[in-house]
Ligand binder design. Structure first.
Ligand code: NAD
Length: 248
């Protein structure tokens, strides 16, 4: 359990590391958007849907079996993302970027909230629920918010959500771009992710191996906790604005 003075000491330490940094990067997960009202998969109403776990819906096999069912689930995710607003944690990262010449936001989230807050050049490892991709010609379009499901491309083939499903490879180039940003970073911050989903979780190891100062902000401990230089038990929407105030 961290006391208020532990939290303030952590704010001071992270702010001083960021002030010295020429380059920094963050990796965010579902917890980053929890305070925007988007549940994580580990808790909340998204943990189960019609008694099915996300791990059984967000797969190529589930889509091949029943594309309409998978789209129904994604349409709800899209609706939730469209209704959500960035929270103070997202905005704090925008202000970090003003002070650090080379600042990269890497996210596992598919909700687009970092970009909505004003972060630029966000590396979306797992795609975006706001987009659909044709399984035939590969063209990408905005995900339809209404109309019959499953949607089809003009070429006649099925459209699928433009997200990375369990068991799929990441889009070309994104992991390389994320690795580059991590290797350049003097400070790397892991935000609201259980650090269990690879290859994203491997970025924490990479940051450590390259000598970055590695910090974590999460109300719970994670497999990454023991490897971090600083691990803070707090909500990102509460902790990050305190750091941003020190940097201003
Ligand atoms: P996850 O593995 O990233 O775990 C969520 C983590 O967030 C947990 O460790 C939890 O302790 C932490 N957390 C909860 N509230 C927090 C807060 N206020 N501040 C900081 N940390 C907080 O996410 P998951 O739900 O297991 O999802 C697995 C995959 O699905 C990931 O790719 C994830 O990003 C994606 N997903 C995305 C969204 C989204 O786009 N918003 C939502 C659900 C899941």
């Amino acid at each position: 359990m961290m006391t208020q003075s532990d939290i303030l000491a952590a704010v001071t330490l992270l702010a001083s590391k960021l002030k010295e940094a020429r380059a920094a990067a963050v990796l965010s997960g579902a917890g980053m958007s929890a305070e925007s009202g988007i549940p994580t998969f580990r808790s909340g109403p998204d943990a189960l849907w019609h008694n099915i776990r996300p791990e059984e819906i967000a797969t190529p096999l589930a889509f091949a079996r029943d594309p309409r069912f998978v789209w129904q689930w994604y349409r709800e995710r899209l609706q939730t993302a469209c209704d959500a607003k960035p929270n103070p944690g997202h905005y704090a990262l925008v202000s970090f970027a003003r002070g650090i010449p080379d600042f990269t936001v890497i996210t596992q989230n598919v909700d687009g909230l970092h970009t909505a807050a004003g972060s630029r050049g966000v590396i979306e490892l797992h795609g975006n629920v706001g987009r659909a991709r044709c399984v035939g010609c590969g063209s990408v379009a905005p995900a339809p918010t209404h109309g019959a499901l499953p949607p089809r491309c003009e070429c006649g083939a099925l459209l699928r959500p433009d997200v990375v499903w369990f068991g799929e490879f990441l889009p070309d180039g994104v992991m390389e771009a994320a690795s580059d940003a991590v290797r350049r970073s003097d400070v790397f911050i892991v935000l609201g992710t259980s650090a269990q989903v690879y290859p994203a979780a491997g970025l924490v190891d990479e940051a450590q191996a390259t000598g970055s100062f590695v910090a974590e902000v999460n109300p719970e401990t994670t497999p990454a906790t023991d490897f971090c230089d600083l691990s803070v038990r707090a909500k990102t929407g509460e902790f990050l604005p305190l750091v941003a105030q020190r940097l201003a």
